[in-house]
Design a protein around this ligand. Structure first.
Ligand SMILES: Nc1nc2c(c(=O)[nH]1)N[C@H]1C(S)=C(S)[C@@H](COP(=O)(O)OP(=O)(O)OC[C@H]3O[C@@H](n4cnc5c(=O)[nH]c(N)nc54)[C@H](O)[C@@H]3O)O[C@H]1N2
Ligand SMILES: Nc1nc2c(c(=O)[nH]1)N[C@H]1C(S)=C(S)[C@@H](COP(=O)(O)OP(=O)(O)OC[C@H]3O[C@@H](n4cnc5c(=O)[nH]c(N)nc54)[C@H](O)[C@@H]3O)O[C@H]1N2
Ligand code: SF4
Ligand SMILES: [Mo]
Length: 724
């Protein structure tokens, strides 16, 4: 047997580490980190190197399937597309286009072509019911980018290579691989900051794995708003701001200053757990550093104030003169200026076209409204849904299983996945998709098109494996459905016909040798002034380093996309939300100071629900609730005891782990477990664990109004020993 060594990059998380894959007879023999990759330099984690257990899983679906009662039958693609298209058309004729929805998960973001075709199909249908786990993850940031910099995709990243002070709130990059910027080998690169004499501080209710690469400060969950307000206020009052930069490139500084009045280090200490003097020291160090950056991620995004927190965090970066400056935060340049392009697409800009007061941000409606929108008695309720690369029953708030009830009531539910997961189990059709090993690609859009890369580089990899014969790319499925439903793609007849023809012939004996929409990737590369795919794969298989980002290339240039070219430091909607809610929230925090708040954990061997079915990655049969020694003592439980956790929305039982790594009055449960009904995931079914999102609320009261983000972190719970 001939073994071929292929060079590619992992697409499980945003670190996109370089990999070397040994292949025999279209099967993976071994995956190793690629030592020559220009940025990951031989780093890869166990999820990447054990991907064969997912790729070649005996549970992978290899043909379209249809459920008849509780029986599953393999069907042909022809039948699948014809039946789904006809059913969807009928429902649209009865209820209008908004009745047909779509839900995309995080793996959908790693796929470079699928979003184009998915967006084109639903725009052609005229449906705005596009949901996704983006509103469980990061839509607050996209909202703020739009209001402050003019585009949701104008996204600053910390200049990790040059900074002297980096403060990270609500992220655990050493385990998660980071989000919204590309930083493999995170631990090593944080330690380098320390070696240069700089400081890295993690602000987190849990002493996380990343903290070993810097310092750690406990913060009470969901109190970051008060901490950031006091940080910004202290900076302004004690040290002053970069007047020149503020005057030249920003507006409404006075509005910001006024809003923050009264937020002293002492006041925030009343609820955050961060002593006033510690905050003062941090602000001083931040001010004295030659370059400083604040960064936050999901832990804060998923709280009740995600948008306000990111606004204040970006304001601190901006007014201190660190935005668009080496060592501070930088605006990258991608292959094409995606940030600019999306401003021309009304679907991608914040709109208020739902029947309620909730926004659609960056093209996504709130995931926390999906059950409401399905179970509603309105004429435009959702009756048909395609779920692509997601498992919302575990990943989204699902109080008392309400989302199960909603999805079960749909007239048409289609799951596009590698496996028949929990959603697939309820679906009418399951459509088998290709894995990233089977797709030719450049990295995640935010990396390749928005350039969120402290070390700029580009890589292209051909598919490592031939897909199984019954499996298809998503772009193909959406284009075939458009053809079947008579929908025009891209609002352009010629482009639509071209795409439909490409899809019609793609799997014929002649067509499979013709280039498909992969040509678009050539266009992206060449548009960025780089060689095309073939040359990139041949000459730069380990990546091509691009010029460093020198900073000073955003403010005052045409890359700043607000209408007046200025950074708005005090958008009206934010100031009014702050003024209307901050005192009330502060009082609530004081009142609830003795109660336990629940947060999530990501684990190195699991990618959300995606790796749950890998026997090589998942050995434990359950997740645990991590509880501080103090709380365990008070409740009277020891390691391994079962506890009952109850919120306003649900109740779960879970074994406990007592640990010094948790702040008192907080509890952490690894997210995306709870595979109770996974008939299509045989390993996961034997290692089910407990779904902490049964404790999260849905509906308008549990959604952050400015961005549509679900409230998934910092949930108040009561904890007691479980008595059977
Ligand atoms: N409590 C709590 N809840 C959370 C979070 C938290 O921190 N705490 N995090 C939230 C966040 S940030 C996210 S993104 C969500 C994650 O939740 P999801 O976005 O749903 O992501 P996954 O569980 O990774 O993926 C779900 C499905 O994608 C399939 N899949 C993998 N690769 C591919 C592919 O290439 N093509 C297709 N078609 N399918 C594929 C997998 O088989 C799996 O069934 O969870 C959210 N939920
Ligand atoms: N191994 C692994 N890697 C992953 C994933 C995975 O499931 N497993 N998921 C991927 C996905 S979809 C995403 S979006 C990224 C997310 O990447 P990260 O944002 O880094 O996600 P987490 O590791 O969950 O880190 C969130 C941190 O926030 C803390 N936290 C919770 N509430 C608060 C709060 O109120 N304030 C503060 N300051 N901190 C808080 C938690 O203790 C936790 O350490 O990771 C990606 N990478
Ligand atoms: S860190 Fe992320 S990209 Fe790197 S190997 Fe692990 S899962 Fe893949
Ligand atoms: Mo995510």
């Amino acid at each position: 047997m001939v073994t071929q060594r292929k060079t590619t990059f992992c697409r499980i998380c945003e670190a996109t580490c370089g990999l070397q894959v040994d292949v025999e007879d279209n099967r993976i023999v071994e995956i190793k980190p690629d030592r020559e990759h220009v940025v990951s330099q031989g780093y890869a984690c166990v999820k990447g190197t054990r991907y064969a257990s997912i790729q070649h899983s005996p549970d992978r679906i290899l043909n379209p399937m249809k459920r008849v009662g509780s029986e599953w039958h393999d069907i042909t693609w022809k039948q699948a597309i014809a039946e789904i298209g006809a059913k969807a058309k009928g429902l649209i004729a009865d209820h209008g286009p908004q009745t047909f929805g779509h839900f995309v998960g995080s793996a959908g973001g790693a796929n470079v072509l699928a979003p184009l075709f998915r967006g084109a199909l639903f725009a052609g249908i005229g449906s705005k019911r596009m949901y996704g786990t983006g509103t469980c993850d990061t839509m607050n940031k996209f909202r703020v980018n739009e209001d402050m910099y003019g585009s949701p995709m104008r996204l600053a990243y910390p200049d990790v290579e040059n900074t002297e002070f980096l403060m990270i709130l609500g992220a655990n990059p050493v385990v998660s691989g980071n989000t919204l910027y590309h930083l493999p080998r995170a631990a090593e690169r944080f330690r380098d900051i320390g070696k240069r004499g700089g400081q890295v501080v993690f602000v987190n209710p849990r002493r996380i794995e990343s903290a070993a690469a810097g310092e750690h400060l406990f913060i009470r969950p969901d109190t970051d708003l008060f901490f950031l307000a006091a940080f910004a206020n202290e900076l302004i009052r004690k040290f002053g701001v970069d007047r020149e930069r503020v005057k030249a490139h920003m507006k409404n500084f006075n509005g910001l200053e006024k809003t923050l009045q009264g937020w002293t280090p002492e006041r925030q200490a009343e609820v955050t757990g961060i002593p006033a003097d510690t905050l003062r020291d941090l602000v001083r160090t931040h001010h004295q550093a030659k370059g400083a950056a604040l960064y936050m991620a999901t832990g804060v995004n998923q709280g009740r104030n995600g948008t306000l927190c990111f606004w204040l965090l970006e304001c601190i970066n901006a007014i201190s003169g660190n935005l668009d400056r080496r060592g501070g935060t930088l605006m990258g340049e991608g292959l094409v200026d995606m940030a600019k392009q999306v401003t021309e697409d009304p679907q991608m800009m914040t709109s208020y076209d739902r029947h309620d007061d909730l926004p659609t941000v960056s093209g996504q409606q709130p995931a926390g409204m999906l059950a409401d929108d399905i179970l509603s008695d309105r004429g435009d309720r959702v009756t048909a849904l395609i779920v692509e690369a997601s498992n919302p029953l575990l990943a989204c708030s699902n109080p008392n299983g309400r989302l199960d009830e909603a999805l079960s009531s749909l007239e048409l539910l289609v799951s596009i996945d590698l496996f028949r997961n929990e959603v697939g189990d309820l679906a009418h059709y399951v459509l088998p998709a290709t894995t990233w090993m089977e797709r030719p690609e450049v990295p995640y859009a935010l990396q390749s098109l928005a350039g969120c890369c402290p070390t700029p580089y580009m890589i292209y990899a051909d598919a490592v494996l031939e897909p199984p014969p019954g499996v298809r790319h998503e772009w193909w499925m959406y284009t075939r459905l458009a053809d079947e439903m008579g929908v025009t793609l891209f609002q352009n007849r010629a482009a639509s016909t071209l795409a439909k023809t490409a899809a019609r012939v793609a799997y014929t004996s002649i067509g499979k040798h013709l280039p498909g929409p992969e040509l678009l990737i050539d266009g992206m590369l060449k548009g960025g002034g780089l060689p095309g795919r073939k040359e990139m794969a041949k000459k730069h298989p380990h990546g091509l380093l691009l010029p460093e980002n020198p900073g000073d290339n955003f403010l005052g240039t045409d890359r700043m996309l607000t209408s007046d070219g200025k950074v708005d430091l005090a958008p009206t909607a934010y100031v009014s939300t702050f003024e209307e809610s901050v005192e009330r929230r502060f009082e609530e925090e004081k009142q609830n100071a003795d109660r336990i708040k629940l947060v999530g954990i990501r684990q190195l061997r699991r990618m959300n629900t995606s790796s749950a079915n890998s026997p090589e990655l998942v050995k434990e049969t359950t997740n645990y609730a991590y509880l501080s020694i103090e709380d365990a003592g008070r409740i009277g439980v020891e390691n391994g005891d079962l506890i009952e956790v109850e919120s306003d929305f649900g109740k779960i039982e879970i074994p406990v782990r007592v640990t010094s790594e948790m702040m008192a009055r907080t509890m952490a449960i690894p997210q995306c477990w709870g595979h109770k009904v996974a008939r299509g995931l045989r390993h996961a079914a034997k290692h089910p664990g407990v779904n902490s999102n049964l404790l999260a609320g849905d509906g308008p009261d549990n959604i952050e109004k400015l961005s549509g983000m679900s409230h998934l972190s910092g949930i108040l719970v009561d904890v007691r020993r479980f008595h059977a």
